[in-house]
Design a binder for this molecule. Structure first.
Ligand code: SF4
Ligand code: SF4
Length: 453
């Protein structure tokens, strides 16, 4: 079908990277299902990069779905809204899938719930304008901020922050990220196939908000059906679709910008430094919902996938529902399920607490089996240099890992440890099975702790 990259200034790819098995077959064909409304949700007050939200309702208050229950804790923060109708309980603590313990507000379901088809219609149904004429840039950014929208690709960075006007660094290109390069995960893929209109509408709204003249949606060439659907939905809008050769981590912000526009974000810099703003396709659909329908962000699509779950699915779920309930909705675990990962196997976090709640950043749950995890034991570094060859940030992972092992924060910083975005390419390729990403994570924590002393 001739899915070739059409140049937008870039070559269509980025240096280095890896080709892990894609494993999208587990849940790629599963149409998004709306999970039944749960008996209760437990909403972590920290669901975004930046400051946690501050509760704005008291225990025992009655709330309807969509009511604000916590204010943003600062500019780089996002408010929270009730994903179900019910009674607010006393704020306690929950364990996130990354192991952090954070305050969380329970809501026990009471009264009539919006669920099933009605919920789907509320979030995705109706007409989506194919222009942004009705809205001013300020109205768009204000609606995004009020709805509590954060990056749904997993980063959970508050979206309004990227789009507030900045005269010194104007944005000329909005890049919508439909790559979903992480193995196994298919929630963005299903969104592109099933609800392309809000994605297109949200993309146009972001262009208006930022003043960008170009809007490009980047999709990898392993998703030809999504490309065709988006092209059809975007017809006549001026939005262009960039079809990119599949390579990991194509969906990471800096690699995507380089591949599509040829612009290189400087080390320690931001997309804004090269005139680009990047948002993920699911985030873009949520933006359309916030601006056009006034919908706060209360739900998201989560892939529950892998050989360790009975029936892999893509589920539309409320924030705060437990991961155990998602797995139950997929028929439970298989006998050989061995490890639960929040996200995919490259960048995800292994976790064990089924009570951990879904947050705005939960794009998927991957359940791996013993077979998937079969790996040789760790040996010494053989100095093969493969980790250096694949690092998309041009780092020297083996040296960073060594510095981290020796708790040498100065040396780790000399090797630019903080520029690592934990893509996992180095660990994937390492023949010595060194836990390079874990060592980077530990090293970063040491650097941050040293900076606080
Ligand atoms: S050092 Fe960081 S950015 Fe480089 S390959 Fe390893 S995890 Fe990815
Ligand atoms: S890939 Fe592994 S064995 Fe090879 S140099 Fe890097 S850390 Fe050492």
């Amino acid at each position: 079908m001739g899915l070739k990259f059409k140049g937008f200034g870039g070559s269509g790819s980025f240096p280095h990277g890896v080709h892990p098995p894609e494993r999208k077959n587990f849940s790629g064909a599963a149409v998004i299902e709306v999970i039944p409304s749960p008996g209760q949700v437990l909403l972590p007050l920290l669901q975004n990069v930046g400051a946690p939200a501050k509760t704005s309702v008291k225990a025992k208050s009655e709330v309807k779905m969509g009511d604000k229950i916590a204010d943003a804790g600062g500019f780089v923060s996002a408010p929270l809204h009730a994903p179900i109708a019910g009674k607010v309980g006393k704020t306690g603590v929950c364990t996130l899938t990354n192991g952090r313990h954070v305050p969380a507000m329970p809501i026990r379901a009471e009264g009539e719930q919006i669920e099933g088809k009605e919920l789907w219609e509320k979030i995705f149904g109706g007409q989506w304008p194919k222009n942004a004429d009705k809205y001013s840039p300020k109205e768009i950014v204000d609606a995004i901020q009020a709805a509590g929208i954060v990056g749904l690709g997993g980063a959970a960075f508050p979206t309004h922050v990227k789009y507030v006007p900045n005269e010194e660094k104007p944005i000329d290109t909005v890049l919508i990220n439909g790559c979903e390069c992480e193995p196994y995960l298919t929630s963005d893929y299903r969104m592109m196939l099933e609800v392309p209109d809000p994605i297109i509408c949200g993309s146009l709204l972001l262009a208006k908000a930022s003043g960008a003249k170009d809007v490009i949606i980047g999709v990898e060439d392993n998703k030809p059906e999504a490309v065709e659907v988006l092209k059809k939905a975007a017809a006549g809008t001026g939005i262009q679709i960039a079809v990119l050769p599949t390579k990991y981590p194509q969906g990471s912000e800096k690699q995507l910008i380089l591949a599509v526009t040829g612009r290189e974000v400087p080390l320690g810099g931001l997309p804004l430094d090269v005139g680009v703003a990047v948002s993920n396709v699911s985030t873009t659909a949520a933006i359309a919902g916030a601006v056009v329908k006034g919908n706060p962000l209360t739900h998201r699509v989560v892939s529950v996938t892998g050989a360790g779950v009975q029936t892999p699915k893509n589920l539309l779920v409320p924030f705060g529902i437990s991961i155990g309930e998602l797995i139950e909705a997929c028929g439970g675990l298989t006998k050989d399920a061995t490890r639960m990962v929040a996200g995919g196997p490259m960048m995800g976090f292994a976790f064990s607490d089924m009570n951990s709640p879904v947050t705005k950043g939960t794009s998927g749950i991957t359940i791996l089996t013993h077979e998937d995890l079969k790996k040789e034991d760790e040996t010494s570094c053989v100095r093969c240099g493969r980790c250096v060859d694949v690092c998309p940030m041009n780092l020297v992972p083996t040296k960073i890992a060594m510095a981290s092992r020796h708790r040498d924060t100065e040396l780790a910083q000399q090797y630019n440890i903080m520029a690592c975005f934990e893509c996992g390419s180095c660990a994937y390729i390492c023949p010595a099975n060194l836990p390079l990403v874990q060592l980077v994570r530990t090293g970063k924590a040491e650097v941050i702790a040293a900076g606080k002393k």
